[in-house]
Design a protein around this ligand. Structure first.
Ligand SMILES: Cc1cc2nc3c(=O)[nH]c(=O)nc-3n(C[C@H](O)[C@H](O)[C@H](O)COP(=O)(O)OP(=O)(O)OC[C@H]3O[C@@H](n4cnc5c(N)ncnc54)[C@H](O)[C@@H]3O)c2cc1C
Length: 535
């Protein structure tokens, strides 16, 4: 239900009950209860606790999330099936010190117990395959169910809320969709939230709504064969529903088309197309993407380390002529040579990324911006990887002769006269399918159906950046004074030392969230009176 308000962890305001406002407190509203919003709060709590010296902090924090999430967001939410796996190993996620491994050891009985209670056969298979590693506490190489990471983040929020409360901060959680943010008198904002009659007043805002929805192409959103990634994978029985849909079609016409080839597409193929229920009634899966490939998921190359000759050559030749295009050409040459030597991206990712980063530093600011605006897409296509179980599922489908990869651009999706859907390709070809899985991801802030971001852009409070994948921010990551941005909406930022072509990775979010927290800390620990004037 929208509009639900709860106090986090015994947080109380003297003389208040339910939602209210203590006017002497600085009001911070965090929009989005995913890893971004909660990471900012976790860092802020640390900084406040370290600086507090027994003083209380006159701050009120309200976390607003449309699903009531407090850490899991959409990707790791409490309601997602436990069969859905992380795209990164535990070691990769922990590389920037988020503390996931320590939490896994501390709470092993709880999360393993919950997996063991799950009747989903896919979860049972996963547990059986990893029993020995789990018994021995060897987690680093595992690609865990995403729900487990969500549990970690939700615990992180609870710990954070306790810490903030101990500093005298009032913490509330509001379940509802933020619909608009308007500047208010006295340098504050008014945040309209669904289900709450009175807009929230905020002196400071953290905008962390995650990856934006683009919405279905016109005329197909309500079609029974049109699926987004969330609709395809969001329920434990989604493969059974798909099997019923396909079974209603004549043999030879039972085709699924998956658009895109990133993490979401890999998951649809593994969880829906390759599931035993669907495999019985499926003739063909076509994956349409600009790369024409699916991500690697298994290390299969020779033991010898791979040498990135092309990227290293760029550095040897000096930085004078180095351009974003040359950098990407060298990256492509190295990745293609690694494939020719039977390595996968999983084998060489670390070496290639290190060489790439060293060369990237040599680009001029203009060329760095060019990479963030244009060539980042090549980088993402070349470096893409998935979990070993998802890669194996796709390999099984391919071995059965029912997986076809199509390198093409999608021009549109229309209802077909057969009652199915037709995918139009930019070369004029048409693919008819019983089900189309739209995993193309998000392209343009101006096209989003997220009402809040639409409203902010329409009112001019926030502006799309040059890449249009994110918002213009200043060096403190503010879209406007007091309005901080965190997470995927920072994509396309290229200024100073910040060159962010994508910010979906929770380990990187953890690092950058500390910057936003530091900015908030500075504002919150000055005199609360007149905070707006100093912004
Ligand atoms: C299949 C798949 C696998 C993935 N695996 C990994 C992985 O292994 N490692 C990794 O680092 N990343 C992974 N990701 C990416 C990761 O899920 C996201 O990039 C990450 O969750 C971003 O965190 P966030 O807090 O910015 O956004 P989200 O997690 O999306 O959280 C945003 C929250 O804000 C809420 N919200 C949005 N708009 C509003 C509004 N107007 N009002 C109120 N609430 C709002 C949303 O409901 C959501 O709860 C994966 C993604 C997918 C699809």
């Amino acid at each position: 239900m929208d509009g639900g308000v709860r106090m986090a962890h015994g947080s109380t305001v003297p003389g208040e009950s339910g939602y209210g406002r203590d006017r002497l407190r600085t009001r911070l509203v965090v929009i989005g209860g995913g890893p971004s919003g909660v990471s900012v709060l976790a860092h802020l709590a640390e900084q406040l606790a370290a600086a507090r010296h027994g003083r209380t902090t006159a701050v009120e924090v309200t976390l607003v999330d449309r699903t009531g999430e407090t850490g899991g967001g959409d990707g790791f939410g409490i309601g997602i099936p436990q069969a859905l796996l992380l795209n990164d190993s535990v070691a990769t996620i922990d590389a920037t010190g988020i503390g996931f491994t320590a939490w896994l050891h501390e709470h092993q009985t709880r999360w393993v117990g919950r997996l063991a209670d799950d009747t989903d056969p896919r979860v049972r298979t996963w547990l059986a395959e990893h029993r020995t590693d789990l018994d021995l506490g060897r987690f680093g190489h595992l690609f865990l169910p995403r729900r487990v990471f969500g549990d970690f983040m939700r615990d992180r929020f609870e710990r954070t809320a306790r810490r903030l409360t101990a500093c005298g901060v009032v913490v509330r959680v509001v379940r509802g969709e933020a619909r608009s943010v308007l500047p208010d008198a006295g340098h504050s904002f008014r945040v309209a939230v669904s289900g709450i009659a009175e807009p929230l007043t905020a002196d400071l805002i953290v905008l962390a709504p995650g990856c934006l929805d683009t919405g279905a192409p016109p005329g197909v959103g309500a079609h029974p064969g049109y699926y987004t990634h969330g609709r395809a994978c969001g329920r434990p029985d989604s493969d059974a529903a798909m099997a019923r849909l396909l079974a209603g079609r004549p043999v030879g016409c039972r085709r699924m088309v998956v658009l895109g080839s990133a993490a979401a597409a890999s998951e649809v193929i593994a969880v829906v197309a390759a599931s035993p229920a669907v495999a019985q009634v499926l003739d063909e899966v076509m994956v349409v993407s600009t790369s024409g490939r699916l991500p690697d998921g298994q290390p299969t190359g020779p033991d010898a380390p791979f040498t990135c000759r092309s990227l290293m050559g760029l550095r040897r030749d000096g930085a004078g002529e180095l351009t974003s295009a040359r950098l990407v050409d060298a990256l492509r040459a190295d990745v293609e040579r690694s494939r020719a030597q039977a390595y996968t991206i999983v084998d060489v990712e670390r070496a290639v990324a290190a060489e790439f980063t060293a060369s990237f530093r040599l680009l001029t600011p203009a060329q760095k911006r060019r990479f963030v605006d244009v060539h980042y897409a090549d980088y993402q296509r070349l470096m893409r990887h998935t979990s070993p179980p998802y890669a194996s599922a796709a390999a099984r489908l391919a071995a059965s002769g029912r997986l076809r990869l199509v390198r093409a651009r999608v021009a549109g999706i229309d209802p077909a006269s057969s009652g199915e859907l037709a995918v139009r390709l930019s070369d004029g070809a048409r693919l008819t399918a019983t089900a189309v899985f739209d995993c193309r991801g998000f392209a343009d802030v101006g096209q989003t159906i997220n009402p809040l971001v639409r409203d902010m852009v329409a009112s001019g409070l926030a502006r799309p950046n040059r890449s249009r994948r994110g918002l213009v921010v200043d060096e403190h990551l503010q879209a406007a004074p007091g309005l901080f941005v965190m997470g995927p909406l920072l994509a396309g930022t290229s200024q100073g030392d910040d060159h962010i072509w994508s910010l979906k990775n929770v380990a990187r979010i953890h690092v950058l969230a500390a910057r936003v927290a530091a900015g908030l800390f500075d504002l919150l620990t000055q005199d609360t009176v007149g905070i707006g004037e100093r912004r």
